[in-house]
Write a protein that binds this ligand. Sequence first.
Ligand code: C2O
Ligand code: CU
Length: 477
Amino acid sequence: MSPNPRRTAWPALLALALAACPAPPPLPPDEEPPPPVRTRPPVTFERTLTDRHPDPSVVEVDLEARVSTVELEAGNPIEAWTYDGGIPGPLLEATVGDRVIVHFTNNLPEPTTIHWHGLRITDDMDGVPHLQDPVQPGETFTYAFTVPDAGSFWYHPHMRSAEQIERGLYGPIVVHEKPEATPELDADRYFVLDDVRLTSAGEIAPPGGGMMDEMSGRYGNTFLVNGRAVPPSFSFRRNDVERWRLVNTANARTLEVGLTGATFRVIGTDGGLLPTPLEGLSRLELPVGARWELEVRYTADIASLYARIPYADGSDTTRYDVVPLIDGRSTGPGPGSPGRVPTYPAVTFPEVSASAPAHELAFDAYEGPAGLVFTINGVAWPEMDMWSAVAGAPVALRLVNRTMMEHPFHLHGNFFQVLERDGRAVDEPGLRDTVLVNGSETVLVGTNLENPGRWMYHCHINEHSGLGMMGEVAIER
Ligand code: C2O
Ligand code: CU
């Protein structure tokens, strides 16, 4: 047999290599190659809170509410209420299981609190003013909690919300999956969508807009994405597959959004990733308070997110205006292949059932001597229809809308799943903390109310909750 020249060459090469280099560290026998490290792109967002804690599983940040100058419209500085001087507030970022410590200072002219919308924490840290003393002007409060769920959330005051949120107090939260469960996407973007009412001088119109605002909540005349009058621009790489997180922080307006120049699958809802991405939707309805997470793929070199809103003067209910919210431009092809499908972690949801014992929450409104009053089960907050549940016991909440207006129902500290609308089963998968109940509609949601504590629920139209549409459930261990 003739010798294999490549084999015979090896000893000589090896001898040369050994002579040239110091001895390499010995390899442990039978070492497995390390598991592939999943890398996640940083979340694209203008400002992120700085973690000053050395332990990687603790996020410790400072946050201040103060009056500041912002430019919602480029070149037009105005006064607003801000977290750390800008709108939206800086991104709070953590990884599931982390301990989060927020040293909050209130430098606003009035008391406030911070509510961590969607985080299943303990009720004493939930930022509602009947469980926590409001933080007075000039005072500080330290919020500390552990984040049990990965997903997209947000924070905002829970006092005089119709005014405090409208003036600019809201910010995004991302709780990352553990590295081994992180989907591999090329970019991660958080778009905070708002609709604000500006005066002709471009200032945030003073609150108190009369009957119309009480009725439907305050609608704005200007859309903001990440605090800028639309449409701000961004750039992307053509072959990238991206993760987009959307939240609606408006006072009242439900957004219907879609994409041009790109396609999407829904990969997550309020409570994090879905077991299977949802395909085939062309537009999404995003009620106030709710979040969507999308897997976005570009199909053109110009792409935009748009809102579809009913035709301006309401004269023709079949017509819509299309408002671009953000405009993206490609900087060329990325290194990835456009058809690649990211892997998503296995996700299972708690079992819920439409036949679980039902608790009814009926939404209504009437005209009182001082204006409109919004009620749940006939009473207006702070009066309330007290009820209690046992943690972990299945409950079906029957949300009955006795009004013609829509009400985005929000439950604190717990998730639910949407089961039926007007008695018909629906396919609206995902863990939610917010669901839109349309005018005169009944929505059935299932939950196991797993998180003990006193938890508020309310309409997330801030004018409606401010006029009484709030209640509380006590979940006992
Ligand atoms: Cu986003 Cu009780 O609120
Ligand atoms: Cu409402």
